[in-house]
Design a protein around this ligand. Structure first.
Ligand code: COA
Length: 362
């Protein structure tokens, strides 16, 4: 038995397939390259939710319905913002968890729309509160990505910025039976409902081994400083038994296909002469060399978090908000998996092997 359940098949799904040997990610019959940055995030949601969510909406209507849902959750979000202001020790993701927890199973709006709307509204408002600013109300006329940036900065984003975030949200929308999606499905299998299942997914995403690596990727670039510092810094990290953030993956044994989609998006946003990207590319190249030398046979490649870090930084999203912003995109997948699991209608209940002591004989 392996402690990480590698290779254990725990669900059948029509939603996504991660081909780790060939570096492919298929979302409902489409290659990732064909959707991320090519169709809108709303269209990706429509693709994932098709035939599972009620009502079944095409992309254009979904954009409108999600806009309405963001406006609908705003009054509740404001109440949670007040609580967060009084509790400064709460991290951003803890504040987001609180916002989702304030949603009620009794709410009349479809619950998959409520959770999808609440994540960007809470995240943008919490970022502003951290900066000593007032949260900004959603604008239902904007796309999900553009409205998040508008709520965060209090001004309409540039087209390229909205496009870059939209590409990111689509690139991370779903990814097989990762830890947070599995968590959401387990909760859904108990018939606890959409809201509880998505909160569970968010709690799993909070851990640094799942959704928390892009912040440390930027810390690494800051500490390295310039090109000549790269190899000594990376060697020192590994000497101390530390991992290099943004590298390695349980499933991908070749380059994570999302890394290149995001690299393309960040280049489009920042231009070819960005020093930060030039340094990052050099760090990536040396890190791959060092990992191959120091961990031969482990096949450690660049993962999604490396270029996520650069993209979110170029959008001036604070590091503390990286995991909540990941959740904006991943909510689309959690929702689809919860709906799919609810249709299965059977509780997920594996077994364990008892290795504790036997009771003493009387
Ligand atoms: N840097 C250095 N070594 C790494 C590494 C990394 N980023 N990722 C894995 N390894 C090494 C491990 O130390 C281990 O070496 P060993 O066999 O000599 O002990 C070997 O590779 C296998 O690692 P393992 O922990 O079994 O892999 P996993 O499938 O459980 O872990 C991750 C996958 C993603 C958790 C892991 O690669 C990691 O911690 N990466 C850094 C964090 C990160 O980028 N997370 C975002 C993931 S999208």
């Amino acid at each position: 038995m392996t402690s990480g359940l590698e290779g254990v098949v725990a669900a059948e799904t029509v939603l996504s397939h991660v081909d780790g040997e060939n570096g492919r990610l298929i979302i409902r019959g489409r290659e990732l390259d064909d959707i991320a940055g090519k169709i809108s995030f709303e269209e990706v949601c429509a693709l994932l939710w098709e035939g599972l969510a009620e009502p079944d909406l095409p992309e254009r209507d979904l954009r409108e319905v999600l806009g309405t849902a963001r406006v609908a959750v705003w009054p509740l979000a404001q109440k949670v913002f007040a609580l967060c202001r009084e509790t400064p020790a709460l991290s951003l993701i803890e504040g987001l968890r609180l916002g989702l927890s304030a949603l009620s199973d009794q709410d009349k709006l479809p619950h998959h729309l409520l959770v999808t709307a609440m994540v960007p509204v809470m995240t943008a408002g919490l970022i502003r509160i951290r900066q000593g600013l007032e949260p900004v109300a959603p604008d239902e006329a904007l796309s999900h990505a553009a409205d998040f940036l508008a709520m965060m900065t209090a001004r309409p984003p540039k087209r390229l910025q909205a496009h870059a975030l939209d590409t990111y949200l689509s690139a991370v929308c779903d990814h097989g039976l990762n830890a947070s999606t599995f968590t959401a499905r387990v909760i859904a299998s108990t018939q606890a409902g959409m809201i509880s299942s998505v909160i569970g997914g968010l709690c799993a995403l909070k851990g640094p081994l799942h959704g928390g690596a892009p912040g440390p990727v930027l810390d690494m670039l800051d500490e390295i400083g310039d090109e000549k510092g790269i190899r000594p810094w990376l060697e020192r990290q590994l000497d101390q038994g530390e991992r290099l953030m943004g590298f390695g993956h349980r499933i991908y044994k070749v380059r994570d296909p999302r890394a290149d989609v995001l690299k393309g998006a960040v280049r489009l946003l920042s231009g070819d002469d960005s020093n930060r990207i030039a340094l990052a590319e050099k760090v990536e190249q040396v890190a791959l060399e060092v990992l191959a030398e120091r961990k031969p046979g482990r096949r450690l490649e660049t993962n999604v978090e490396f270029y996520t870090a650069l993209l979110l930084e170029a959008l001036a999203i604070p590091r503390e908000a990286f995991t909540p912003v990941f959740a904006i995109g991943r909510t689309a997948g959690w929702v689809a998996h919860v709906l799919e699991q609810e249709k299965v209608g059977r509780i997920i209940r594996p077994s364990s092997v008892y290795i504790g002591p036997e009771p003493l004989a009387a």
